[in-house]
Ligand binder design. Structure first.
Ligand code: IMP
Length: 432
């Protein structure tokens, strides 16, 4: 049995798409278990750049079954558009399987996401405005519409009738926005139903059967640990569980199905949207922050927003090790640091004269925490040609070893460039 989970160890955008694509060769299934099209995976494969939002990264491989699990919220139009784009690019999508229990993002979810952000003004969360939060709200309040509802027009219509009583009031009376008729939503979604019906399956059973027959299943997280609804920097978080436990609930497998948990982190750190960020760097012209933004191409795949950049924060990584039970670290974008004279790493925080080696549980302390840095020498030469750890310059090896010691978890994979070939596989055994 091989169940492998990959989660973001920071605030998302750590490079999960590339690593999933890289490890996918050995997998039979790649499963998305949470989030929706708020995610953005950039994959550089054979000189082509592919941007995926909802479809699991394993789609590129003809031997893999890509699965959208029950924990995902699906905007059907976005999913079908993504399928069409992949097909136009010559990538077959006919193996894609979608959980019958996954919830659907409805047009009013998108409207309400945008409207509530606007109403929050300067307190906004900085959501992707894709309707993710409102869709999970409806799921929790038992008002959601699920993929399986698409297969029964009668039930679908009844559920929309019930939902619109409340949604139209909210749209009109609170937000002064146009309302929806039952017919327009039913017509639109029944159009999608035709195409989605053949993809619908009991994905939990599918995955469990695969695991029992010794197939390899890769659970591909979106976003990151600090965006987790329970464990992240609440309220500046997403509405799902991008941590390892989320793989169990969002795919329908037990914790014993998971053999290895990979936590992925950039060699520095970024975040998009609002919220506290202790090691954030100034990004004015000529600054190190600007250098990281430009060199790292730190602009969102989904929204195009410029990402906030900062030094690597080992306190956050230790927290990610704890929350996810990480067995390995994957460090990406090490090459982005190649031109720097020195590199800082945050090893602890300071607040009101006290040192915090672990993430402070009170938000006020985290919001005002000052990073305590250690400064390491840079290597000042390109490293994108390195394919083994030993080929890296001494300073780069020392940097990785330092991160490893701080996390107390081995760094098993290191990315030194965007292409899948630009990777050091340090502790990863290929499938026998
Ligand atoms: P939502 O997921 O659209 O509700 O946005 C909530 C928070 O999560 C915002 O700060 C977003 O910027 C952030 N977020 C959502 N998806 C991603 C992602 O894939 N990468 C990084 N941040 C994300």
């Amino acid at each position: 049995m091989a169940g492998i989970v990959l989660v973001g160890a920071q605030w998302g955008d750590e490079g999960k798409g590339k690593i999933t694509d890289l490890l996918a060769d050995d997998m039979d299934y790649v499963v998305r278990f949470q989030g929706g099209n708020n995610a953005g995976h950039t994959i550089v494969h054979g000189g082509r750049t592919l941007k995926l939002h909802l479809i699991p990264s394993g789609i590129m491989y003809p031997h893999i079954t890509p699965v959208i699990g029950n924990g995902v919220v699906i905007d059907p139009k976005v999913m079908l558009d993504e399928i069409d784009r992949l097909e136009a690019d010559g990538i077959s999508t006919h193996r894609l399987v979608v959980s019958s229990n996954a919830h659907l993002i409805m047009p009013y979810h998108r409207d309400l996401d945008g409207a509530s952000e606007k109403r929050l003004g300067s307190n906004e969360i900085g959501t992707t405005r894709r309707g993710i939060g409102p869709a999970y709200m409806d799921k929790a309040s038992r008002l959601g519409i699920r993929v399986q509802d698409l297969t029964d027009e009668h039930i679908f219509r009844k559920k929309i009738e019930a939902a619109l009583i409340e949604k139209n009031e909210l749209l009109e009376k609170i937000y002064d926005l146009p309302t929806y008729t039952v017919d327009e939503i039913v017509d639109e979604y029944m159009g999608y139903a035709e195409r989605i019906r053949p993809m619908i399956a009991d994905t939990s059973t599918l995955i469990n059967v695969a695991l029992r027959s010794d197939q390899w299943v890769f659970f591909e997280g979106a976003q990151g640990t600090l965006l987790d609804l329970d464990h992240g920097t609440y309220p500046f978080v997403t509405s799902s569980s991008p941590t390892a436990g989320g793989a169990c609930t969002g795919a329908g497998v037990g914790p014993k199905a998971i053999d290895r948990v990979l936590g992925i982190a950039k060699a520095y750190i970024t975040r998009v949207g609002s919220g506290p960020f202790p090691t954030e760097l100034d990004s004015s012209p000529g600054s190190i922050g600007e250098h990281l933004t430009m060199k790292g191409g730190e602009f969102g795949t989904t929204t195009g927003r410029q990402r906030r950049c900062g030094w690597y924060d080992a306190v956050i990584i230790r927290y990610a090790v704890q929350i996810n039970g990480l067995t390995d670290l994957v460090i990406t974008k090490l090459d982005v640091l190649s031109e720097l004279d020195t590199i800082k790493v945050c090893v602890a925080y300071e607040y009101e004269g006290r040192r915090y080696n672990d993430l402070p549980s009170h938000q006020t302390i985290f919001h005002h925490a000052k990073p305590i840095y250690e400064e390491l020498p840079g290597w000042k030469c390109p490293i994108d040609h390195c394919r083994t750890f030993e080929e890296l310059p001494k300073e780069a090896r020392d940097y990785i070893t330092f991160l490893e010691d701080l996390a107390d978890v081995p760094v098993s994979i290191i990315a030194v460039g965007p292409d899948r070939s630009e990777t050091i596989m340090r502790r990863w055994e290929r499938r026998p």
